[in-house]
Design a protein around this ligand. Structure first.
Ligand SMILES: O=C(O)CCC(=O)C(=O)O
Length: 282
């Protein structure tokens, strides 16, 4: 029987395990992208005016992010378990999955790379890698809202297969010095790096151990994207969603509530919440 496109195909799984990423074309329909971008623009304007944006120490000057974005609006609620990617995530994680964080990325003009190559989840997790047959610990879903179909437009950049490689030289920001030393003075990336070419509505999945960066932006267009971080239930989330769960105006499904940390009233271990498989649709 043919698998529906919402399920993870064998070739998608092989690609994700071998290369460390999966680009899902047109995973979020155009109409939804338009509404998401409108809300992103509104929030970015408000945060910029209030000087409430986060500029990581390793970003280029024209770039910043907004964090905990589900607290700011209900417009992103459908992304929590969006049909364009959610079943694929569950296939890679197994059912014991949670949402760990939510961010908007804004990437302005930059002649050289906007960030260097790094891994996620901090230095403690940098050399923890999954085996060929393992479930994943953490995966980010990056939803692109603006056109990145040419290189050097602040594209997400990665080293294919690096999620299985040992990092030899790093620092407290989990930068990968061995590849960052190979960045050219003209902004060129190391020869084994790939810039992801994406259209609005494409979604990129990648695990915490993949070496990734953001390339230069020389196209005169700001990049906007949303990232949702997912992880195994046993990991500590980046943010708490309690205030959102307590907001009765927000109409979440049971699955969305579970992903946001509502483990149910029948107090079991946080690592074994009841009916987890059923709620995640396994
Ligand atoms: O794609 C981006 O703009 C940032 C990606 C990144 O560095 C990250 O997700 O850790």
């Amino acid at each position: 029987m043919k698998k529906s496109s919402s399920q993870l195909s064998k070739s998608e799984e092989a690609g994700f395990r071998n290369d460390g990423y999966l680009l899902l074309k047109a995973a979020v329909p155009k109409k939804e992208v338009g509404l998401l971008l409108k809300e992103v623009n509104r929030l970015v304007l408000r945060a910029t005016e209030a000087d409430a944006v986060l500029r990581e120490p390793y970003y280029h000057a024209g770039s910043f992010k907004l964090t905990r974005i589900l607290r700011m609006t209900s417009a992103f609620d459908d992304l929590i378990d969006h049909p364009g990617y959610f079943r694929k995530l569950v296939a890679l994680f197994g059912p014991h999955v949670q949402l760990m964080g939510s961010e908007i990325f804004v990437r302005g003009a930059a002649e050289r790379s906007i960030t260097g190559f790094h891994t996620d989840l901090g230095p403690g997790m940098q050399n923890i890698r999954t085996r060929d047959d393992s479930s994943f610990l953490q995966i980010k879903a990056q939803i692109f809202l603006t056109d990145l179909s040419v290189p050097d437009a602040s594209n997400f950049a990665l080293i294919p297969g690096s999620h299985r490689m040992k990092v030899n030289q790093s620092n407290e920001l989990s930068m990968i010095e061995e590849v960052n030393q190979m960045m050219g003075a003209d902004g060129s990336l190391p020869s084994n790096a790939v810039q992801i070419l994406a259209k609005p509505g494409d979604v990129l999945l990648f695990p915490h151990s993949l070496w990734h960066a953001v390339g230069p932006n020389r196209v005169g267009r700001t990049r906007y994207s949303i990232t949702l971080r997912y992880g195994q239930l046993a990991l500590r989330p980046f943010e708490r969603f309690d205030s959102i769960l307590a907001d009765h105006e927000r109409k979440f499904t049971q699955r969305q509530r579970r992903l946001l940390g509502d483990l149910g009233a029948l107090g079991t271990s946080p690592y074994r919440p009841r009916h987890q498989e059923k709620i995640m649709g396994c």
